[in-house]
Design a protein. Structure first.
Length: 629
């Protein structure tokens, strides 16, 4: 797409109404309810702060006019009283306004995490099948990209409320102080027309119209930037990629393959804010003229306000002291109306992003949660059976698993092997109920697992995924996955997992922070050390069924041998499911299940499977045999 076509598309989109006012205001109200549920003090802090902050200048304006009245009258005592009154009242109101503003700023800062928390809570609580889908990934990416470009979305909702209430308070206060201006007659016969109600009405209409036009043009300038977010998705992603280049793990590749030069060139070509970017053309062609029109109408209305008030004062309608009050008040009404329109346009413009957010938040959890509690058995006698289970990923054209039937025997160590794409990981996802079968049934002690409470069923498993994640938290909290834990148990699990040396060299023991993300004294575990810590975490959970997905992939041969020697001790009394590409590591398991192209093609002991020379297991074993000798 050429730059010219991008500009035309953005300008066309800028003029198109995507949401009506009712929908936009409904979205704003719903978003405010979300905010209130997470930050209940922010809304009252916003309202009270704006009330005192915006009313204070008008109170000062009124008292100042009264002081000038006394000065013009030559009444020294009245001047003294009014000056004291002005100082006392404005000081009290100023302190209250300052306190309320500090409260508002504190609540605003504390609420910075609310938008991300709302989205994160939804992602973490929705069905895994939805969270893992491309649709949700695209929707979430679009929400994040829009937020990063223009701040639109949940972040803008409190600011919209702030601007809206600020404008309304300004309009109300200005109207109260200036209402009398349009009702006072003009004694001077040459200027009597200025006091006529129809003249005042016409002038009010002109000022309101000017304020509306000024606000409309100013709001349109902001809309150019917010609507342009669709065109800068690539550039926005490049910004993040560019600034993540300082990740130490990338340093070797960055140097060796000169990725910095490549990234700089790509970033230069796709910089959404360069003077050659389409947005620059939009600013020159559209934003600049609109901003000029906005300022022009502001100036025109200001001239009308000053001319009308000065002429009316000259005609004897009121004292010169009142002119100061009226000029400030009417100007406030004008600026308030303009700000009100800008706030409303921001609410309407933000509505589209809120629609995307609500689409994400409204995705229902379709997975049946069940009501049965899993039996708490001290003997860990939990038997799981796959009965003719098939599964097809959403949107896929063929099954990832087809007609799998097998039992996980109590206390048995089961190895799952097969080539990439054979269905091993899918089997584990179904076992742990991250997905439900497309066909067939999975049973726990003879009962369909869908009848159990979802969170209760999940507690039966300790899992070490191949792409596990450790947290930038202290070592003990990483192992326990909790802030409060039993240090003796944590140390025991680290020892069983072969990580006792890492613990010994950790400067603060279990209180040693992992990584330097949150603590400059944090330590970076090697890949093998991290894998042992993840294994210790699974052991600490002490679930009756332990699932290990390539638990030794990052370990050296010696460390791997040590883990295998301790494996029986680690999983003593538990049912263990072990996934591996290294068939030599499967010999210690009681049984081996061989998957191929989504089907369970063989099942038996290592020796029995090897005796079937035509079987898939023997084929895989012989392919790797050269590495075992």
């Amino acid at each position: 797409m050429s730059k010219a076509s991008i500009i035309r598309k953005a300008m066309k989109g800028m003029s198109k109404t995507r949401l009506n006012w009712k929908a936009a205001l409904t979205n704003q109200a719903r978003a405010m309810k979300l905010w209130h549920s997470h930050a209940p003090r922010l809304i009252p802090a916003t309202l009270l702060s704006n009330l005192f902050q915006k009313a204070l200048p008008f109170v000062t304006l009124w008292f100042s006019a009264r002081v000038i009245d006394a000065l013009l009258a030559g009444n020294a005592e009245a001047v003294r009283r009014r000056v004291i009154m002005t100082l006392v009242v404005t000081a009290i109101l100023g302190m209250i306004a300052a306190i309320l503003n500090r409260w508002y700023e504190a609540e605003k800062e504390a609420g910075q995490i609310v938008p991300q928390k709302i989205l994160s809570d939804k992602i973490s609580s929705m069905d895994f099948a939805d969270a893992d889908s491309q649709h949700v990934a695209n929707l979430y990416s679009q929400i994040q990209q829009t937020m990063n470009w223009s701040g639109r979305g949940l972040f803008q909702v409190p600011e919209n409320l702030n601007q809206l209430t600020s404008a309304l308070v300004t309009i109300l206060c200005g109207a109260v102080l200036s209402a009398e201006l349009f009702l006072l007659p003009v004694p001077d016969t040459r200027l009597t027309v200025l006091g006529h109600p129809l003249f005042s009405l016409a002038l009010v209409i002109l000022m309101v119209l000017g304020a509306l036009l000024s606000g409309k043009f100013s709001g349109a300038v902001g809309k150019i930037w917010t609507d342009y977010h669709r065109e800068v998705e690539l550039g926005n992603r490049l910004f993040f990629a560019y600034y993540e280049m300082d990740d130490p793990s990338r340093a070797p590749d960055m140097r060796f393959y000169r990725q910095g030069e490549i990234m700089t060139r790509v970033m230069t070509e796709h910089n959404p804010l360069s003077d050659r970017a389409p947005i620059a053309g939009l600013v020159r062609r559209k934003a600049a003229p609109l901003e000029a029109l906005s300022q022009g109408f502001t100036l025109l209305v200001s001239v009308l306000i000053y001319l009308f008030i000065c002429l009316k004062a000259w005609g004897g309608a009121f004292a010169i002291s009142s002119a100061t009050q009226y000029i400030g008040a009417v100007t406030g009404v004008f600026s308030g109306i303009s700000a009100l329109l800008i706030a409303l346009q921001a609410i309407r413009s933000n509505g589209e992003t809120l629609e995307n957010i609500f689409e994400l938040l409204d995705i229902p959890n379709g997975m049946y949660q069940g009501s049965l509690t899993t039996e708490k058995r001290s003997d860990n006698r939990y038997e799981i059976e796959f009965r003719d289970v098939s599964f097809c990923y959403p949107g896929a054209s063929s099954n990832a698993l087809s007609h799998v039937s097998m039992k996980l025997k109590i206390g048995e160590k089961l190895a799952i092997v097969g080539m990439n794409g054979s269905g091993k990981t899918t089997f584990i996802k179904l076992l742990c109920r991250l997905y439900d079968p497309t066909e067939g049934t999975i049973l726990l002690n003879g009962i369909d697992i869908r009848k159990y409470r979802y969170d209760d069923y999940m507690k039966l498993f300790s899992i070490v995924f191949q792409d596990f994640q450790l947290f930038a938290l202290p070592l003990g909290e990483n192992v326990a996955a909790a802030s409060e834990y039993d240090p003796v148990r944590v140390k025991d699990c680290l020892e069983k997992a072969g990580a006792e040396n890492f613990l010994k060299k950790s400067p603060a023991g279990l209180n040693t922070w992992l990584y330097k993300t949150l603590n400059q004294n944090g330590v970076d575990p090697s890949g093998g050390e991290a894998q042992k810590i993840a294994l210790a975490r699974a052991l600490y959970r002490s679930a009756p069924i332990i699932v290990l997905d390539e638990p030794t992939a990052a370990l050296d041969p010696v460390a791997e041998a040590e883990i295998y020697e301790k494996f029986s001790q680690m999983v003593e009394g538990k049912t263990a499911v072990y996934i591996s590409h290294r068939l030599s590591s499967c010999k210690f398991c009681d049984e081996i299940a061989v998957f191929h192209e989504g089907r369970l093609v063989q099942q038996g002991t290592h020796d029995a499977l090897l005796r079937d020379s035509s079987g898939k297991y023997a084929e895989l074993w012989n392919a790797q045999a050269q590495y075992y000798t």
